[in-house]
Design a binder for this molecule. Structure first.
Ligand code: FES
Length: 571
C-alpha cells in the first residue's frame, strides 16, 4: 500500500489491511492524536540530531520550526531518527558509514507511513546519504540543512573549521605556536553549532543540493544560529505538505540537467573534491552516470566565483550576507539548465527570477572577473590512474601543477604516521609524497588523508606545499597540490601500489596526466609481487557488506547492489 496515503501507507503486514490500520492508530493515539489529526497528510522529519554531532545540534529547534510549518499548512509532522555521522566522531571514517546511513534513511522512509519527508542533514556525509536514500525510496522529499557555524576569532584574526584547523596545526607542528596558543585556537575554531563555515564538503553539498532543486532557494547558507534558519525550517515544513499533495517525487527533480547544474555549482563555488564522489553516488541512484572526462570539460568552462576559504578568504556567513547561492547562480546562468523542476514546484529559472535582486558585495565575483579561471578541479589520467584521479588546482601552489619529482612512498596511514616527522626521513621539497592503501577498501573507508602533512623537517624550513598523491580523499577545507581519488586504488591492484621510493613521477596538470616514469617490464615484475586484494572473507556484518560491494571513487563509492542500471550519462 505504498500508493495509499497518510496512516494507510506502508502498513505492517498482518494479512488484514483493516486490522493493520486499526492497530497502528491504537498505538499512535497513545501520543494524544485525534482521529482528525490522523487523517491529515503525514510529513516525516528525518532527524539526525545526536549528542556526538555538534554540526546538527540545532536540530531540536529546527524540528519544532518545521513542525510548525507543517501544521500551519494542514499536515501532521512525525519526526523519526536516522543515523547521524559527524566527521571527527566516526571510526574508521565517516565515508565508511555513508552508505549505511543511506540504507537506513531509505528503509525507514519506505517502511513508515509518510506522504513526504524532510531530510535534515548538514555534516559532510549526511546530506548525500539522505538524498541517496530518499532518491531510492521515491517519496516526495525536501532537504533542510542545519546551516553553517559562525566564524571565530583569535587575537584579531578570523578563523573557522576546518581550513584554519589545518593551517594552525601546521604552524604548531612547525614550532610557531605554543601549547597554550594552539589550545586557544582550538577553542575558537568551532565557536557555534552548525556545519563547518568554510567551503568544505558540508557547505559544498549544501550549495549543490540547493542547485539540484532539493532545497528552498536561498536556504543553503543561512547560519545555524540565525532566526532566519528557523524561518527556513518553517517554510520547508509548509512546502513539504504541498509537495505531498503534488506527489513531487525526487525523480522529477533529480534529473540529468539538475546534476549537471549541481556539478557546475561545485566548480563555481571552488567546492570540495568530495562533492564529485557524492554527486556521482546520488545521480547513480537515479540511473544517471557521471563521466569524469565530461566533468573535466565543464570544469574548463566554469570559473571559480566565490571568495571563500580554502580557495579564497571569506566564510559561509559572508556568503549568506552577500545573498547566498542565488547571485552566483545568476552569474553562471548561461551555463545552467534553467528548465529543471525544483521543490518549489517551479523551475530553477523561475526561482532565480523570483529571488530578491542582487546588490554590491565582494564575496561573489562577476563571471568576467573570477577568483580562478582555470577550472576549480581537473581530472587526471595516466599509467598511475587509468580510471581517473582529481586535483583541486584552484587550491594548489600554481608552480607545482607541472612537476616531476622523486617519489617518497608511505605504504599505509600507519607507515606515514610513523615516519613523516622523523628527522631521518630522506625527503626534499621537490619530492612527490605518495600514500598507498588509503582508498575505499585499503584504509578502509577512503579517509581524508590525501592532505599528507608536510614532513616536519621541511615545515621547519618554511616549506608550505609539495606534490602529494594518494587514493584517499581530502577534506574540502584542505589546500595544496594534492592528487586524490586515484583509481583503481592500490589495495585492489591499482598502479599506485607499484610505486617505490626513488621512482620518478610526472604531474602534468595542463595535459591532465599523472604518470609513473618506470618502464613496463619493471612494473609487471612488481605487479606479480603485489599482495591479494582485501575481501569480505573472515569479516561479518556491515564490514563484510562494505568490503564485498563498495565501488571505486569514479562510481561514487556506493555499494554495487544499490546502483540501478545506468540509463544516461552526464555531463
Ligand atoms: Fe561537520 Fe565539518 S565536521 S561539517
Amino acid at each position: 500500500m505504498a500508493d495509499a496515503s497518510g496512516m494507510r501507507r506502508n502498513l505492517a503486514n498482518y494479512g488484514d489491511a483493516g486490522f493493520s490500520v486499526f492497530l497502528r492508530k491504537a498505538f499512535i493515539k497513545a501520543l494524544g492524536y485525534t482521529d482528525d489529526a490522523l487523517e491529515r497528510p503525514i510529513i516525516g522529519i528525518c532527524n539526525t540530531d545526536s549528542g556526538y554531532n555538534a554540526c546538527h545540534a540545532n536540530m531540536p529547534d529546527l524540528v519544532t520550526a518545521a513542525s510548525r510549518g507543517i501544521m500551519l499548512a494542514g499536515g501532521i509532522p512525525i519526526p523519526f531518527p536516522v543515523i547521524s555521522i559527524q566527521e571527527s566522531f566516526s571510526h574508521p571514517t565517516s565515508m565508511y558509514l555513508r552508505n549505511l546511513m543511506a540504507m537506513d534513511a531509505e528503509e525507514m522512509i519506505r517502511a513508515q507511513p509518510m506522504d513526504a519527508v524532510i531530510l535534515m542533514g548538514g555534516c559532510d556525509k549526511t546530506v548525500p546519504a539522505l538524498v541517496m536514500g530518499a532518491a531510492s525510496a521515491g517519496v516526495p522529499a525536501i532537504v533542510l540543512v542545519s546551516g553553517p557555524m559562525l566564524a571565530g576569532s583569535w587575537r584579531g584574526e578570523r578563523l573557522g573549521a576546518c581550513t584554519d584547523c589545518r593551517r594552525f596545526w601546521g604552524r604548531y607542528r612547525a614550532g610557531e605556536l605554543s601549547d597554550q596558543q594552539i589550545n586557544e585556537v582550538n577553542s575558537e575554531l568551532a565557536p557555534t553549532v552548525g556545519f563547518c563555515g568554510v567551503m568544505g564538503t558540508a557547505s559544498t553539498m549544501a550549495l549543490a543540493t540547493e542547485a539540484l532543486g532539493m532545497m528552498l532557494p536561498g536556504s543553503a547558507c543561512v547560519p545555524a544560529v540565525h532566526g532566519e534558519r528557523r524561518r527556513v525550517a518553517e517554510m520547508t515544513g509548509a512546502r513539504a505538505v504541498a509537495m505531498a499533495k503534488e506527489r513531487l517525487t525526487p525523480d522529477k527533480i533529480l534529473t540529468p540537467g539538475a546534476f549537471t547544474n549541481a556539478l557546475r555549482t561545485v566548480l563555481a563555488a571552488g567546492g570540495s573534491t568530495n562533492a564529485v564522489i557524492h554527486l556521482t553516488a546520488m545521480a547513480q541512484r537515479l540511473g544517471i552516470g557521471v563521466d569524469l572526462d565530461g566533468f573535466d570539460r565543464i570544469a574548463r568552462e566554469t570559473p571559480v566565483l566565490i571568495d571563500l576559504k580554502p580557495t579564497g578568504q571569506g566564510y559561509m556567513e559572508d556568503l549568506h550576507h552577500a545573498g547566498g547561492l542565488v547571485p552566483m547562480l545568476r552569474e553562471i546562468k548561461p551555463l545552467l539548465d534553467l528548465s529543471c523542476l525544483t521543490v518549489t514546484g517551479k523551475t530553477l529559472g523561475e526561482n532565480l527570477d523570483a529571488a530578491p535582486p542582487g546588490f554590491q558585495q565582494n564575496i561573489i565575483r562577476p563571471f568576467a572577473n573570477p577568483i580562478y579561471s582555470g577550472g576549480a578541479m581537473a581530472v587526471l589520467r595516466g599509467n598511475l590512474a587509468p580510471q581517473g584521479a582529481l586535483i583541486k588546482q584552484a587550491a594548489a601552489a600554481q608552480h607545482l601543477l607541472q612537476h616531476t619529482g622523486r617519489a617518497v612512498v608511505f605504504s599505509s596511514l600507519a607507515d606515514m604516521a610513523a615516519r613523516i616527522d622523523s628527522p631521518d626521513l630522506d625527503v626534499n621539497p621537490d619530492d612527490v609524497l605518495v600514500l598507498q592503501n588509503a582508498g575505499p577498501k585499503g584504509a578502509p573507508g577512503m579517509p581524508e588523508a590525501g592532505y599528507l602533512p608536510i614532513p616536519k623537517k621541511l615545515l621547519q624550513q618554511g616549506i608550505k606545499d609539495m606534490v602529494r598523491i594518494s587514493d584517499a580523499r581530502m577534506s574540502g577545507t584542505a589546500f595544496g597540490t594534492i592528487v586524490l581519488h586515484i583509481s583503481p586504488e592500490a589495495a585492489i591492484g591499482g598502479p599506485l601500489g607499484l610505486v617505490r621510493t626513488g621512482d620518478r613521477i610526472r604531474l602534468d596538470t595542463a595535459n591532465r596526466a599523472i604518470d609513473l616514469l618506470v618502464d613496463d617490464e619493471e612494473l609487471e615484475a612488481r605487479r606479480k609481487a603485489m599482495p591479494a586484494p582485501p575481501s569480505g572473507e573472515g569479516r561479518r556484518g556491515y564490514e563484510r557488506l562494505y568490503f564485498e560491494t563498495v565501488t571505486q571513487a569514479e562510481r561514487g563509492c556506493d555499494f554495487e547492489f544499490m546502483i540501478p542500471k545506468t540509463t544516461t550519462t552526464i555531463p
